[in-house]
Design a binder for this molecule. Structure first.
Ligand code: BT5
Length: 239
């Protein structure tokens, strides 16, 4: 594992993608300031200052795509939960990979796949983690439902220490996860899931699906029941 720290960047994911060929497998790009952080579907990730984490993990696990890579964001969401639990918090996962504390978003994950024809050039797994913020800064975030670790535990968090713990835990079981897939993390994922057996709405590519979130299958997909019908979703946003 190699860690590269940048003072300022538009987006660590953009930087990792632009310079992908220069990075080997398991290179981590961290930026102290990120001025145009991205979420999914062109949404923004708000920079709450240097005492927070913005990073992208460059992964080059194989030369062709494997379906297990679609579960990397879920693997990462479990790692984040385990870290927050070290701070005495009770994080929950909203399918597929949002990490919430008391119903508020504390971290965001964006995984991008870079292909050239059928060849996999790499994966860029980006994560923003709110460690230190103020209630007034959080108000600027669209949706008004964000939090940070310091506000939940009433003390500042050292970003370097957190990053250190994050990298150790992420890479500890990473190779085994790639071999075994979602099933390897399934029970850790489900024990933190906050959406099961509830009537939910999921936005899937401009369409809204309604139903009861019945279970998450062995591929990490969400299975919804509605009027006796079953829908299996592999992407979407629970509203
Ligand atoms: C995400 O998107 O949650 C993925 C965010 C990934 C950010 C990292 S930072 C390092 C790397 N480089 C990048 O450019 N990106 C990655 P999504 O599920 O689309 O959620 C975006 C929504 O989260 C926004 O529309 C806001 O409502 C909310 N949001 C934005 N900034 C936030 C923050 N700092 N804390 C909590 N919520 C935030």
């Amino acid at each position: 594992m190699e860690l590269i720290t940048l003072e300022e960047v538009d987006s660590t994911n953009n930087y990792a993608k632009k310079n992908l060929k220069n990075f080997s497998d398991k290179t981590v790009i961290r930026a102290l300031r990120q001025i145009s952080g991205r979420g999914r579907l062109n949404r923004r990730w708000v920079d709450l200052g240097e005492n927070n984490l913005f990073l992208s993990v460059v992964l080059k696990p194989s030369e062709t795509f494997s379906s297990v890579y679609t579960n990397l964001t879920q693997y990462l969401s479990v790692i984040l939960c385990q870290l927050f639990e070290e701070y005495g918090l009770h994080p929950e996962i909203k399918w597929p990979n949002d990490v919430l504390i008391n119903g508020k978003k504390i971290a965001g994950i964006l995984c991008e796949t870079i292909m050239q024809g059928a060849a996999l050039k790499g994966l860029v797994l980006g994560v923003g983690i709110n460690l230190n913020s103020t209630s007034s800064e959080l108000v600027s975030i669209p949706g008004n439902a964000a939090t940070s670790v310091n506000l939940e535990i009433d003390r500042e968090v050292n970003p370097d220490n957190f990053l250190d713990m994050f990298l150790k835990l992420f890479f500890k079981n990473y190779d085994e996860f790639l071999e075994k897939g979602f099933e390897f993390i399934k029970s850790d994922y489900l024990s933190r899931a906050c959406f099961l057996n509830k009537q939910i709405q999921v936005e899937v590519l401009n369409e809204t699906k309604y139903g009861i979130a019945k279970f998450v299958n062995d591929s990490g997909e969400l299975v919804l029941y509605n009027n006796g019908k079953e829908f299996t979703l592999n992407i979407g946003d629970i509203l």
